[in-house]
Design a protein around this ligand. Structure first.
Ligand SMILES: [Zn+2]
Ligand SMILES: [Zn+2]
Length: 212
C-alpha cells in the first residue's frame, strides 16, 4: 500500500474502505462500509491513531455494502456524502434492498453533493480526478490520484476480475467501455485499489484480466 492509502475491510461482503491522506494529515474517507459499533470503532481508531482530519467522504457507488457506514462517518466528522447523481435509483432503493440481504441502514443520509466526469476533489494539498465508469452500477465513479499514481476503482475493476453486471442498472457492454476507454487510458504503473480484494495495477490487468 502507498503510504497515503489506508485500507480497512468491513462487513460480511468484505468491502475495502479507503482512508486517503495528503502529507499534512488531511484525509478523505472512500466507501465507509463499517457495520455496527465494533467496525465503527476500528474506523475511528484508525483516523485518530494516524492523527488524520477527515475533510470529506466519497461513495464510489451506492450498493448497500459500500454505504453501511455513511451515517456514522457523516455524523462523526460532520461530513456529507459525495457521489455521482446517477446513483439516485440506488440510494432510493438502498434501504429496502438492504433488508433483502439482512442489512439494516438507519437514518440514511440522502446525498446532496455531486461530482461528475472530470471533476477534481481536493483535500488538503492533494486531489482526486473523477472518472465516470458505469456498467456495474449507475453512478459508479473511479477516483484517480495522479501525483501518487493510484486509482480507487470501486466495483468496476478488481485483480483478475471485473464488477458483476447482473444487479439492477448493471450492463456488461457499458462496463467494458468504462474499463477499456477510461481506466485503461491510465498509465500501466498506476496502482488500482478495488472495492474488494487486493490491489493490482493497470498494466497487470491489461495483460492478464480474463474478462476483458
Ligand atoms: Zn457494487
Ligand atoms: Zn461491492
Amino acid at each position: 500500500m502507498a503510504k497515503n492509502v489506508g485500507r480497512l475491510v468491513f462487513n460480511s461482503f468484505g468491502v475495502n474502505t479507503y482512508i486517503l491522506s495528503d502529507n499534512t494529515g488531511k484525509c478523505l474517507i472512500v466507501d465507509p462500509a463499517c457495520s455496527g459499533p465494533g467496525e465503527e470503532s476500528r474506523l475511528a481508531a484508525y483516523i485518530a491513531g494516524n492523527e488524520l482530519t477527515p475533510l470529506g467522504m466519497v461513495n464510489t457507488h451506492f450498493h448497500i455494502d459500500h454505504i453501511l457506514g455513511n451515517t456514522f462517518a457523516c455524523k462523526s466528522y460532520n461530513l456529507q456524502p459525495l457521489c455521482h447523481a446517477g446513483s439516485k435509483l440506488l440510494w432510493e432503493t438502498a434501504e429496502s434492498y438492504g433488508l433483502a440481504f439482512g442489512l439494516k441502514i438507519e437514518n440514511m443520509i440522502t446525498p446532496v453533493d455531486f461530482v461528475e466526469e472530470g471533476d477534481s476533489i481536493p483535500f488538503g494539498n492533494a486531489s482526486l480526478q473523477v472518472l465516470y465508469t458505469p456498467g456495474h452500477a449507475d453512478g459508479s465513479i473511479c477516483l484517480v490520484n495522479h501525483d501518487e499514481k493510484y486509482v480507487i476503482s470501486g466495483d468496476v475493476l478488481f485483480r483478475d476480475s471485473i464488477g458483476r453486471t447482473d444487479l439492477p442498472t448493471g450492463n456488461f457492454d457499458v462496463l467494458y467501455e468504462s474499463i477499456t476507454r477510461k481506466l485503461f487510458t491510465l498509465p500501466d504503473d498506476y496502482t488500482v485499489y478495488p472495492g474488494h480484494g487486493p490491489e493490482t495495477t493497470i498494466g497487470y490487468e491489461k495483460r492478464n484480466n480474463p474478462f476483458l
